[in-house]
Design a protein around this ligand. Structure first.
Ligand SMILES: Nc1ncnc2c1ncn2[C@@H]1O[C@H](COP(=O)(O)OP(=O)(O)OP(=O)(O)O)[C@@H](O)[C@H]1O
Ligand SMILES: [Mg+2]
Length: 271
């Protein structure tokens, strides 16, 4: 029966390799666009060291996932409601040290997180930079990994390293590349082609083209205003690009009944 068929959210993890390439801004803006197009979105800040989603979204995040794991808060106590009704949870530091939890705590966390996932169409995960165990755990548990790079050689090398780890761990989902801070569309396209070629040649894998975002001073000015650029500058070109990106990703991530569930995979990986 349909009622018994739990709808599980599709999970999009946003990651990079190199730091500072625009993951958090892309995660925040995409989430706003997806919410505006009637999707139920949950944005998770999974950067446990220096996550700055709370800055961009102007949240006061006193409590976070680590308090839920420690049993001090329930999950509903740490959810923020953001623009367009999206839900946001902040990661908080210390999560990676909490490996000594017992089976009862583990089950409690899993139940709380699964409840969240079942009321949601799409979960957007903003990961930390680098290929740490926790970042890889979130990516492997996702349905779709969006790798962010810039045209810089160092960013491309680090993005390649991340894709190599995913492929090496037999990631079964879709991998897409977004080129951020390109000077021109031509430069962005060239970056995508180079990455796609190297990944095909050495990893025998296809990476999808998620699109190009140009370097735009209005994005930085929006960050200073503590606002996602799509809300601060609705008419800017970068806003149209982000809206188009959201439409593309929303289609690729339409909610379906899902076998295992994202949070079970994450909890299995961490604990
Ligand atoms: N398209 C763009 N145009 C201009 N500046 C940009 C663009 N994208 C990102 N930036 C700048 O880069 C900064 C870093 O972006 P962001 O915090 O989203 O990166 P990140 O990948 O999440 O970083 P970290 O690895 O530290 O988490 C922004 O504050 C902004 O100033
Ligand atoms: Mg970030």
């Amino acid at each position: 029966m349909m009622e018994n068929c739990q709808r599980q959210a599709k999970v999009l993890a946003i990651t990079s390799g190199k730091g500072g390439v625009g993951k958090t801004n892309i995660a925040a803006n995409l989430s706003v666009c997806l919410s505006a197009s009637q999707k139920k979105v949950l944005l998770v800040d999974a950067d446990f060291s220096l996550g700055n989603l709370d800055v961009i979204m102007d949240l006061n995040s006193k409590y976070n996932i680590s308090h839920v794991i420690a049993g001090q808060k329930n999950i509903e106590d740490i959810i923020h409601i953001g623009p367009e009704g999206m839900e946001i949870i902040c990661g908080g530091s210390g999560l990676e040290n909490l490996t000594n939890i017992n089976e009862f705590q583990r089950q409690r966390i899993l139940n709380e997180l699964t409840m969240l996932g079942s009321n949601t169409d799409i979960i957007v995960i903003d990961t930390a930079a680098g290929i740490s165990r926790s970042v890889i755990g979130f990516c492997l548990a996702a349905d779709h990994v969006l790798v962010v790079t810039t045209p810089e050689a160092t960013a491309m090398t680090d993005a390649y390293a991340m894709i190599k780890v995913l492929v090496g761990n037999r990631f079964a989902g879709r991998i897409s590349l977004i080129v951020n801070m390109a000077e021109t569309i031509a430069e962005g396209k060239k970056t995508y082609r180079q990455m796609a070629n190297v990944v095909r040649r050495f990893l025998n894998t296809h990476i999808y083209d998620a699109g190009i975002l140009l370097k735009d001073e209005r994005l930085s000015s929006a960050v200073r205003m503590r606002k996602p650029v799509v809300l601060a500058h609705p008419k800017a070109r970068i806003t149209s690009s982000l809206v188009a990106l959201a439409a593309k990703l929303g289609k690729a991530s339409a909610a379906q009944p899902n076998d295992e569930g994202f949070f079970r995979k994450v909890v299995d990986w961490f604990f």
